[in-house]
Write a protein that binds this ligand. Structure first.
Ligand code: PMP
Length: 413
């Protein structure tokens, strides 16, 4: 039984009001709210345990280190990585992609080599590669999408050349909600000896991820989009790759021995974790994962798929509604899930910013604009969308409120 009332009680912020109206929080793709257990775990750690990790012989430091390393193990199990050595803590998805872009391009790529991304990437899976491209004369290519907002994976071989050294693809689009068949991309890429990085910022919060099944070489996600704290994220990398790549940042924690002549580096994963890690946030993230596990990833997925379908069906009743991306959650022919908990739309010629601002006055928090995906907006020929995105605590009643709000605003224009 999915006990939505008791779940909502875990998130006190959901019962607050804005402009005298009950809050309807539908901006979860940007960040999720935090359950009390996560806040309590972090507060308790600051109150009772706080000490810097790894270097201390004293009791508190060892206790803090144990919590920090236990969090790594919880993340490992959560995504089914083979080893904790493959779990690198970062500040978030963005830092994880920057890490790989920098270390991979520095050590594995030469002028004229190519990186393949896609038309539906978030800027954080475009700009880090462009920065390296500028430095090294590398080319960033992009796999197109079709008019339904799906990746043209059938055409991927036309975009891979003998110069392609890495492919980096979003698992789920933060604008369209499209679930990309990354397992298929990985198998095509591996046939040609090309590693694949997966931006899983929008998939890890919503579905069971198994990195061994995906067989991806790298995968990145952010804690704050999955009920954990801000400022913490994860880079998963196959040990064989992480071993090969040079450190991203230098400093404490990541060294083995430092002399004026030469510095050698720590073993994995510490080689990639320079400086004091956010060990309170790793504990918070682990608590969020335990919270999600208690509800059950399958139950979360089913609940959010139901909300997504319900929302799309209701939105379709609004005159001049334009929905972006797949318009059903299950692909009509393959019967595979094809859309995640994100619905982007425009109504007639009402500007997305006007719609978002007026919805806000009704207590409804949605996101408007380009959603950090300007090349995708160019492809769609628009400047932005209104985006409603769902989490495990949202309800059909909240969607009814959204739809009623859109009806009302449409009639005003
Ligand atoms: N990729 C995708 C698909 C995202 O949706 C986001 C966040 N909107 C990011 C990357 C960047 O995540 P963060 O800002 O947490 O690093």
């Amino acid at each position: 039984m999915y006990n939505i009332n008791s779940i909502r009680e875990d998130f006190p912020i959901l019962s607050r009001q804005v402009y005298g109206k009950p809050l309807v929080y539908l901006d979860n793709a940007a960040t999720t709210q935090k359950p009390l257990c996560v806040l309590d775990a972090m507060r308790k750690e600051y109150l009772n345990v706080n000490a810097n990790v790894h270097r201390g012989v004293h009791y508190l430091s060892q206790q803090a280190t144990d919590l920090h390393e236990a969090a790594r193990e919880i993340v490992r199990q959560f995504i089914n990585a083979q080893k904790t050595e493959e779990i690198v803590f970062t500040r978030g998805t963005t830092e994880a992609i920057n890490l790989i872009a920098t270390s991979f391009c520095d050590s594995q790529m030469q002028e004229g080599d190519e990186i393949l991304v896609s038309d539906m990437e978030h800027h954080s899976n475009i700009v880090p590669w462009q920065l390296q491209a500028q430095r090294k004369g590398i080319v960033v290519r992009h796999l197109p999408i079709n008019d339904e907002g799906e990746l043209t994976i059938d055409k991927i071989n036309d975009f891979i050349t003998e110069k392609t050294k890495i492919i980096s693809i979003a698992h789920v689009s933060n604008v369209l909600g499209t679930i990309n068949d990354v397992q298929r991309i990985v198998s095509v890429a591996h046939l040609r000896g090309i590693p694949v990085m997966v931006d899983a910022a929008q998939s890890v919060p919503h579905m069971k991820i198994d990195v061994q099944q995906l067989d991806c070489d790298f995968l990145a996600f952010s804690g704050h989009k999955m009920y954990g704290p801000t400022g913490i994220g994860v880079l998963y990398g196959k040990e064989c790759w992480l071993d090969k790549l040079p450190p991203y940042q230098g400093g404490g924690e990541m060294i083995d021995k430092v002399t004026w002549e030469q510095t050698t580096f720590e073993r994995l994963p510490y080689k990639f974790e320079a400086g004091t890690p956010d060990y309170i946030a790793t504990h918070g993230l682990a608590t969020a994962i335990k919270y999600m596990n208690t509800i059950g990833l399958k139950n979360i997925e089913a609940h959010e798929q139901e909300l997504t379908n319900y929302c799309m069906e209701k939105l379709k009743t609004i005159p001049n509604m334009r929905l972006f991306g797949p318009t059903t959650t299950i692909h009509p022919s393959s019967h595979c899930p094809q859309k995640d908990a994100v619905v982007s739309f425009l109504v007639g010629d009402i500007h997305h910013l006007d719609m978002g601002t007026l919805l806000d006055r009704l207590g409804i928090a949605v996101r408007t604009g380009h959603h950090c995906a300007q090349p995708l907006m160019d492809r769609l020929g628009i400047s932005g969308t209104v985006r409603a995105s769902f989490a495990l605590y949202n309800t059909k009643e909240e969607i009814d409120t959204l739809v009623a709000g859109i009806h009302r605003i449409s009639q005003m224009f």
